[in-house]
Each structure stands twice: as C-alpha cells, then as structure tokens.
Design a protein around this ligand. Structure first.
Ligand code: PMP
Length: 344
C-alpha cells in the first residue's frame, strides 16, 4: 500500500486521519485556543466512516462475514452512507431499513451507493412488525452470514473511536488538549475518544452536546429516564429519546443543551467566518462552545478541540435553505443566503 504521494489501493484507505483545523475568526471573542476535528474529510464525508469500517472488519476478523454476505442497518443518514461505501469495496450486500420520513434525496443517495433500501412506515410503533427496527431484526435473523450494525447498542462503535479519533487528537495536539467538545447521538464518538484521551491525561474535560427535546443530559445527571424531557426537535444526529449503550456516561464530565435555531445560525457562521462548510451538528458543537465560554469554562490556557461530524452538503434543503429557515421561524435577514445572490 503506497500511501506516500497520495496513492491509495481504494477509497477505504482514506478513512480517518482527518485534519485538525485552527478556528481563527469565529473564536476571536472567546478565551483560549480552538481547533476543529473536521470529519467531513473522511471519504464518506462524516465520522461514521470510522465505525462502518471498524465494525465490519471486526466481524471479518471473527469469521462472521465473508464476501457476498450481508450488512444490515436502520438509518438513512451518515451511517447508512458509510456502510454502503464499505460494502461496495469489500463485496457485501448492504440492506438499509429506513423510515418513510426519510427524504427521497437521501434514499436515492443510498441506492446510488448500491444499498437495497426498505422504506418502512414511519407512523407505526417501534415494536410493530412493519417498523424499520423490526424489519432489520427480521432480515438479520433470516439472513445467514449477516451482521446487524445496530449502532446505538453496539459497543464496537465506542471502540472504533477509541482506536482512531482519540489517538489522532492526542497526537495532533501533542498532548496539550484541555477540553473536548462533541455532540452525542449514539454517543460512540464522544465516549471512545474521551476514553482514550482520559487514559493519557485524566484532567482533560469532556463536554457532550445534547438537544432540547432529548433525554441524554438529564440521564447523565440523574441516571433516570425522564420521559418529560422528550419532545420533537429538528437537529438530526444529536440527542435521543432512549438511552444508548454506545454511550459511556462515565467518560463524559457534563452535557450542554443547544437550540435548533442557534445551532443553525452558528453552522452558517462557521461557513462564513472559517470557510468550512459543515453540517448542522457542527453548528451545535460550536454553539455549545460559545455557551461554555459565556459560563466561564475557558481561560487563556484552554486548548479546546471541537468535533465537527459531517459536511454541509447534506443540509442544502435545511439549514442552508433560506426557505426552510423561514418556515422554521429562524429567519434573520443578515444571514440570508439569497441576500448575496446577484441577478444579471
Ligand atoms: N452529528 C451527526 C450529523 C450524526 O449523524 C451523528 C450520529 N448520529 C452525530 C453527530 C453524533 O455522533 P455519535 O452517534 O457518535 O454520538
């Protein structure tokens, strides 16, 4: 494998080793030094490439998968795309059971990447045989030589980041990192990265980002599942209405909640100030950093790493659409993209 001169055997060799990029302008009013771990530099444009490759390679190592077998998951998002990509290169069938709420664009994207997509009704409960959870479980039981990734309840999700994202950040900061700020969905990214970093230096503070409408922050504080915390919100990939076992709550020092509206505007601000076109949860993570700074969390010696999970291109019809922003009541004329369009 000749990795010098940027020559690779296949696209999977490009997974991981993402850059750490200094944030210069958006952080000017904040105390300390800030770097973003920009996961859109993975070939599938998100951090989920890491878990897709790691979990599939572990299954190969344990003799569960051989070429021609099947990989199953229940997502129309980043994880689905990454699994489809890994499946193409390694010669597996990829089945994704998704909710009928998923946008046609997303479903087309997964089909383009060779996945067989089962579109399951969104309005049924999770234990209904037609739900995407049940469809995936059934297909897994019926398909010999299949692996169900089940990212929310798969501890290999944590391990993937323990073996890659954690060591990368430690080396890139030459061990000087003082704070890690990362969104928590399955919790795999923050838990695995934190575990590695805290083994090197237990004083590193790890702060998780959660959504209003999610149970995660309250569970971290009380270890109780409080249904009252759950209500609809717009950010995808952040927070949850259940407690994932892929979150190691003991590795996380505290959680900060962010709003849909501020996270959307902050994502737009990252693009305009740093030239980094990132996704909605990158805006959420940056928004959390601003709130933490306000609360006095950082000083001049802080060396903060903020995890930016994916690329902005997946949100063109959401946070980067003025129409969508307007429909959500997030409209703000200064940040309107259209305002910059010049008509000839
Ligand atoms: N941001 C985005 C866009 C995601 O898709 C996810 C994964 N659900 C996350 C953040 C959170 O990552 P994790 O699942 O590792 O907690």
């Amino acid at each position: 494998m000749a990795k010098n001169n940027q020559v690779f055997d296949n696209v999977l060799d490009l997974i991981g080793n993402t850059p750490l990029i200094k944030l210069n302008k958006i952080t000017a009013p904040l105390k300390g030094e800030y770097h973003a771990k920009v996961e859109s530099f993975n070939p599938g444009n998100s951090a989920k490439d890491r878990i897709a490759l790691y979990i599939i390679e572990q299954a190969e190592k344990h003799g569960i998968l051989k070429p021609g077998d099947t990989i199953i998951e229940t997502t129309s998002g980043n994880t689905g795309f990454s699994i489809a990509m890994v499946s193409i290169i390694k010669g597996y069938d990829c089945i994704l059971a998704v909710s009928s709420k998923s946008s046609p664009d997303k479903i087309d994207m997964l089909k383009t990447m060779g996945a067989k997509v089962y579109v399951c009704p969104a309005h049924v409960s999770s234990d209904d045989p037609r739900s995407y959870y049940e469809v995936a479980k059934r297909l897994h039981e019926e398909t010999k030589g299949s692996v169900y990734i089940n990212q929310y309840f798969n501890e290999l999700n944590i391990e993937a980041h323990y073996h890659s994202t954690g060591p990368e950040i430690w080396n890139q900061t030459e061990g000087k990192i003082t704070h890690l700020v990362a969104c928590s969905g399955t919790g795999g990214t923050i838990s695995g990265t934190a575990k590695y970093l805290k083994e090197q230096n237990p004083n590193i503070k790890v702060i998780g980002v959660d959504a209003y409408g999610s149970v995660i922050k309250k569970y971290h504080e009380t270890r109780e599942f409080d249904e009252k915390e759950i209500y609809p919100y717009r950010i995808e990939g952040l927070g949850k209405n259940l407690i994932p076992t892929a979150t190691d709550f003991d590795q996380i020092d505290e959680f900060v909640k962010v709003t849909d509206e501020e996270s959307a505007h902050t994502a737009r601000e990252i693009a305009k100030t740093e030239g980094l076109f990132v996704g909605y949860t990158s805006g959420a993570a940056m928004q959390a950093v601003k709130q933490l700074n306000e609360a006095g969390e950082f000083d001049e010696n802080s060396k903060v790493v903020i995890l930016f999970p994916d690329h902005g291109s997946r949100y063109m019809s959401k946070i980067y659409s003025d129409k969508w922003m307007e429909e959500q009541g997030f409209f703000d004329s200064e940040n309107k993209v259209e305002a910059q369009g010049i008509q000839y």
